[in-house]
Design a protein around this ligand. Structure first.
Ligand SMILES: Cc1ncc(COP(=O)(O)O)c(C=O)c1O
Length: 400
């Protein structure tokens, strides 16, 4: 009998599962957890989630749902109440006019994104993806059989993405463009003008756009913007949204997609054969979040701006570290290439590994996001924790 080895085991798995890799961000979280379990005091700049607690009124709605026995299956794409709340919130905040058939609630924005890519991308299709990109985009596209065509951006121009840059990459096989503004990991925000031009170009060429707007409420420029307001281009556009970051609800798992009814109903078909409805209790909490008072969102946004300014000042004060000013989300993306070649550090991965092992600061190396010169620093934490981590970084880097 042939012995079962890793290699033979891998051969029995599908081609599609062997095309993807585990999330780089999750790997850092797991390693930091391991150190913590050994009693080590880790400063965690790795996690991509708000440090705030879920607002009280949202938690209470979840508890009331349990007490009220709202604990059974719902419609696959979410209750009517929830879908109406999503489209209403979006209409009020972004001047969109989606209908109930044009929205689906999913188990996190990630599921909405995964399902949207599954229904839009076929084997051999090309998907234009600006760099740096959120880790999961690449693997989700690959899982669907698509090929990512990477759009290199310029750090000195704030990782700007324009329609002209995208146009140069379009081929007859281009099926989809994935946008993510504000961006994870760079915090870059596309201007309404640039977003409009990209969406217009896609519309003219019959190319789909998925706009991942999971950080749309964490936009620190004077005007937040969703491509959903560009009603004339909606035909080929899917917006992915999430309550995870907006309402500090990462563990609850509630995201959504807004798009043409044909796409949404295909996503619903897929969801009906995999996870079915998002958790009923969470749907009630989500309605409370979307319909309730929004000052929690405003307050958290204001605090993120403080934290952003604090961490950027701190990082920029470290000799040889360069860092663009993030205009949204809660990540700084410092360029650490000046340290390559010092003390055996050849890459961002080496540096992030040393930072974790030697001074117990968790960051995510840029390679997972498609750039070699950066590490991602999540500043969704307290000022005190930022200071502790910055001090360790400063000392460690000074010694290189
Ligand atoms: C750019 C981006 N999109 C989507 C998601 C998915 O968020 P969730 O599945 O928690 O809604 C994340 C989470 O980190 C993200 O950073």
């Amino acid at each position: 009998m042939t012995p079962v080895t890793e290699a033979t085991l891998a051969l029995r798995l599908t081609d599609r599962i062997n095309r993807i890799e585990p999330s780089a961000t999750m790997a850092v979280v797991a390693e930091a957890d391991k150190l913590r379990q050994q009693g080590i005091d880790v400063v965690d700049f790795g996690a991509g989630e708000p440090h705030f607690a879920t607002p009280q009124h949202i938690k209470e709605a979840g508890i009331a749902a349990i007490q009220g026995n709202f604990t059974k299956y719902t419609a696959v794409s979410g209750t009517t109440e929830l879908r109406d709340a999503i489209v209403h919130r979006h209409a009020v905040d972004f001047d969109s006019d989606y209908r109930r058939e044009e929205v689906i609630a999913s188990t996190g924005g990630k599921q909405a994104l995964f399902n949207a890519v599954q229904v839009l991308v076929d084997h051999g299709d090309e998907v234009i993806l600006p760099v740096p990109y959120w880790v999961s985009f690449k693997d989700i596209v690959r899982y669907a059989g698509g090929n990512c065509v990477l759009l290199e951006t310029n750090e000195a121009q704030g990782f700007r993405v324009t329609a002209e840059m995208i146009e140069r990459l379009i081929t007859p096989r281009t099926k989809l463009i994935i946008l993510n503004s504000p961006s994870n990991p760079s915090g870059a925000v596309m201007s309404p003008g640039d977003l409009t031009e990209v969406v217009r170009l896609a519309h003219e060429r019959g190319i789909w756009v998925i706009s991942d707007e999971c950080y749309v409420y964490l936009n620190y420029t004077p005007k937040r913007f969703s491509v959903g307001s560009l009603r004339e281009f909606r035909e080929r556009m899917v917006i992915v949204g999430s309550l995870s970051k907006t309402y500090a609800m990462t563990g609850w798992r509630l995201g959504y997609a807004l798009g043409p009814a044909t796409v949404i109903s295909a996503m619903q078909k897929l969801q009906s054969q995999s996870t079915s409805n998002p958790t009923s209790i969470v749907q009630k909490a989500a309605v409370a979040a979307l319909k309730g008072p929004q000052h929690c969102v405003t307050e958290m946004r204001a605090e993120y701006i403080n934290l952003r300014d604090h961490v950027i000042n701190g990082l920029r004060s470290i000799p040889r570290v360069k860092c663009t000013l993030p205009e949204g989300a809660f990540y700084a993306y410092p360029n650490v290439s000046a340290f390559f070649g010092c003390s055996g550090v050849k890459s961002a991965s080496d540096l992030a590994g040393k930072l974790l092992r030697e001074v117990h600061v968790a960051t995510v190396p840029g390679e997972g996001f498609g750039t070699r010169d950066h590490i991602r620093v999540s500043y969704a934490t307290s000022i005190a924790e930022l200071d502790r981590g910055l001090e360790r970084l400063r000392k460690f880097l000074a010694a290189q």
